[in-house]
Design a protein around this ligand. Structure first.
Ligand SMILES: NC(=O)c1ccc[n+]([C@@H]2O[C@H](COP(=O)([O-])OP(=O)(O)OC[C@H]3O[C@@H](n4cnc5c(N)ncnc54)[C@H](OP(=O)(O)O)[C@@H]3O)[C@@H](O)[C@H]2O)c1
Length: 248
């Protein structure tokens, strides 16, 4: 409330969350406090100050049984993270005057946020160090380059669009294929990538099988389009090379 009072924002982009899927499963009370009550607080403040609110949600609001989900498909999360993020969506829909919900999937970029790494940087580092990695073939996703996502969100904010948008990458693939693409673009040894299935993984939270997102709406309506995986990874490579953030 102090920040709202000081800034009186026209636009609020709410991306804060407890985004660690296993931590949400182990500590659902904390996940509820941050992802639902936290969102309720932001909604309340946005309403009080007449701010237009963009809520960053997730592909994990879906069960993962169907894939290629569009904005009107039924939501049915299978883990605590997805449940709390969907409840956050409900808070936004119920109480905001002017809102937009955007749903990305597996975000990656050159700079690890909040002290954690992301899948692409992790794969690059492991392959660079000549370590074998075991990657699952049975989780299908729409990986999203953070800078592409940011451009699309800013465009939506400028137009003050309302409703739901799937803002993800334009290529749907499984984690193993994603790792192969990364090795190709970053010219690393793909023989180090070993295909496994999720049965081999010990996770606290269940993962949905196929949460690929249909991005036709964003592709049709926005100037900044969801990027294909090859173009997005090439952009990332250029970014890390010019910034010197990652030595390849
Ligand atoms: N990463 C993905 O693959 C992915 C996919 C789909 C959707 N999303 C959604 O995209 C958004 C961003 O995800 P991300 O991966 O960038 O998350 P992240 O790296 O975990 O960052 C989350 C941010 O939320 C802040 N935060 C957490 N609890 C807070 C609290 N109680 N009060 C204030 N700030 C708090 C953190 O601040 P501190 O740095 O101070 O801890 C951090 O900056 C989230 O809403 C997530 O649900 C992420």
């Amino acid at each position: 409330m102090k920040v709202f009072e000081k800034e009186k924002p026209d636009i609020v982009i709410h991306s804060a969350a407890l985004s660690d899927v296993d931590r949400c499963e182990i500590n659902p009370e904390l996940a509820w406090k941050i992802n639902v009550q936290g969102t309720r607080n932001i909604v309340k403040a946005s309403k009080q100050y007449g701010s237009y609110l963009i809520y960053v949600s997730t592909d994990y609001v879906f069960s993962g049984e169907k894939g290629n989900y569009n904005e009107n498909d039924e939501t049915s999360p299978i883990n605590k993270y997805g449940i709390t993020k969907l409840a956050g969506e409900s808070e936004v829909k119920a109480a905001s005057d002017e809102w937009c919900i955007v749903r990305p999937s597996v975000i990656y970029g050159s700079t690890p946020a909040a002290g954690k790494t992301n899948f692409v940087l992790w794969v690059i580092n492991k392959l660079k160090n000549k370590e074998q990695i075991r990657i699952i073939t049975d989780q299908w996703i729409s990986p999203t380059l953070n800078t592409n996502l940011a451009q699309m969100i800013i465009e939506i904010a400028e137009k003050r669009d309302t409703g739901i948008y799937h803002l993800a990458g334009a290529t749907q693939l499984n984690r193993y294929q994603f790792a192969l693409e990364i090795s190709k673009i970053f010219q690393l040894d793909s023989n180090l990538i070993i295909p496994v299935t999720s049965k081999d993984m010990k996770w606290a939270a269940k993962r949905p099988g196929n949460t690929t997102l249909n991005v036709e709406k964003a592709t049709k309506e926005l100037k900044h389009k969801p990027m294909k995986i090859e173009d997005a990874l090439k952009n990332l490579r250029q970014e890390v090379e010019t910034s010197g953030k990652l030595k390849l």
